[in-house]
Write a protein that binds this ligand. Structure first.
Ligand code: PAF
Length: 279
C-alpha cells in the first residue's frame, strides 16, 4: 500500500524500517504530472529492488525567471493513484521549505557537462537539478535511482555528480516512451494546441533521420545543419539546438566512430520540446 510522507525525518524512518528488514531500495524522483514515461521508471525500479520510493517535488531551483514554475501541470491526487496502482511503496512529497529551509545556501554545480546544450539555453537549470537530486539521494540513500533517457543530458549530469561526490547509488537509465506518432512523452506536451501537437512529431522524425544518415556514413555537422533546417520548415517556430554529440561526454563529434547521440531542443510557440536518439 502506498504511504505518503512529507518530511525528511519520516522518509528516513520508513527507509530505515526497510533496511532493518534487509530490503533493497529504489528511488524514482519526479516533478509529478505523471505519464507512462514516469511509470516506466517505477517499473524499472520495482524490477531491480524490493522497495520503491517515488518523490514528487516541483523543484523551484530548476526553473528560470521566465519559465513555467507557476503553471507547471500539477495533479497530486491523480499522481498518487497512479503510483499506488504501480505498486510504489512510498511517496515523498515535501513542501518547498522542507527541501529549502530558510537560509539554504548550498548548490551543486556540475561544470562542463552542465554548461552546454540545455545548460547554455537554461542557465541555472542543471545546478537546480543537481542540487535537488543530490539532496534526494542523500535523504534516502537508495541502492538504485532511476531516470529517463528523455532528459539525456540530465541523466549524464546525475551520473557525473554521483561519481564525483562518491554517492553510493547505481543510476539506472530507462528508454524514452513515445506516442504512436513518435512524440516523446512529456508533462509539457499538455501545453500544445491541436495544431502544434500535429507538428510536434517532426522533432523525432527529423533527429531519427539525422541519426540514420550518420549511421550510413553522412557527416554529423552537415546532418545537424540539415536537421535544423527541416525542423523550421516542418513548422517549429525556433530552435535552441540540434547537435550530434558523443553519447558519454557530449563532446561534439565529427564522425560516428564512437557511440553518438543526436539531441535537440525546439520551440513550438511558447512550448519548448526536447528529444534525443542514439546514432
Ligand atoms: O526530470 C525531472 O522530472 C526532474 O528534473 C527531477 C530529476 C525530478 C529533479 O527535479
Amino acid at each position: 500500500m502506498l504511504r505518503t510522507v512529507h518530511t525528511i525525518e519520516d522518509l528516513r524512518g520508513e527507509i530505515r524500517t526497510w533496511r532493518q528488514a534487509g530490503e533493497t531500495v529504489g528511488l524514482v524522483p519526479t516533478m509529478g504530472a505523471l505519464h507512462e514515461g514516469h511509470l516506466s521508471l517505477v517499473r524499472q525500479s520495482r524490477a531491480k529492488v524490493m522497495r520503491t520510493c517515488a518523490t514528487l517535488f516541483v523543484n523551484p531551483k530548476q526553473f528560470g525567471p521566465n519559465e513555467d514554475l507557476d503553471t507547471y501541470p500539477r495533479d497530486e491526487a491523480k499522481d498518487a493513484a497512479k503510483l499506488a496502482d504501480e505498486g510504489v511503496d512510498l511517496l515523498f512529497q515535501p513542501a518547498p521549505d522542507e527541501v529549502y529551509p530558510s537560509g539554504f545556501s548550498t548548490s551543486v554545480q556540475v561544470g562542463g557537462l552542465g554548461d552546454i546544450l540545455e545548460g547554455e539555453h537554461r542557465p541555472g537549470f542543471f545546478t537546480g537539478v543537481a542540487t535537488v537530486v543530490t539532496k534526494l539521494l542523500l535523504q534516502s540513500l537508495p541502492d538504485v535511482a532511476v531516470f529517463g533517457e528523455k532528459d539525456y543530458q540530465q541523466l549524464l549530469v546525475i551520473r557525473r555528480l554521483t561519481r564525483d561526490l562518491n554517492i553510493p547509488v547505481r543510476i539506472e537509465a530507462v528508454p524514452i516512451v513515445r506516442e504512436a506518432d513518435g512524440l516523446a512523452l512529456s508533462s509539457r506536451n499538455a501545453y500544445l494546441t491541436p495544431d502544434e501537437r500535429a507538428i510536434a512529431p517532426v522533432l523525432f522524425g527529423t533527429i531519427s533521420q539525422v541519426a540514420e544518415n550518420i549511421g550510413r556514413g553522412a557527416l554529423p555537422q552537415e546532418q545537424a545543419e540539415w536537421g535544423r533546417d527541416q525542423l523550421l520548415r516542418g513548422g517549429f517556430t525556433s530552435l535552441d539546438y540540434l547537435s550530434v554529440r558523443d553519447a558519454e561526454t557530449l563532446d561534439a563529434v565529427d564522425n560516428a566512430a564512437r557511440p553518438a547521440r543526436v539531441l535537440a531542443a525546439a520551440n513550438l510557440g511558447p512550448t519548448r520540446l526536447i528529444d534525443n536518439v542514439s546514432v
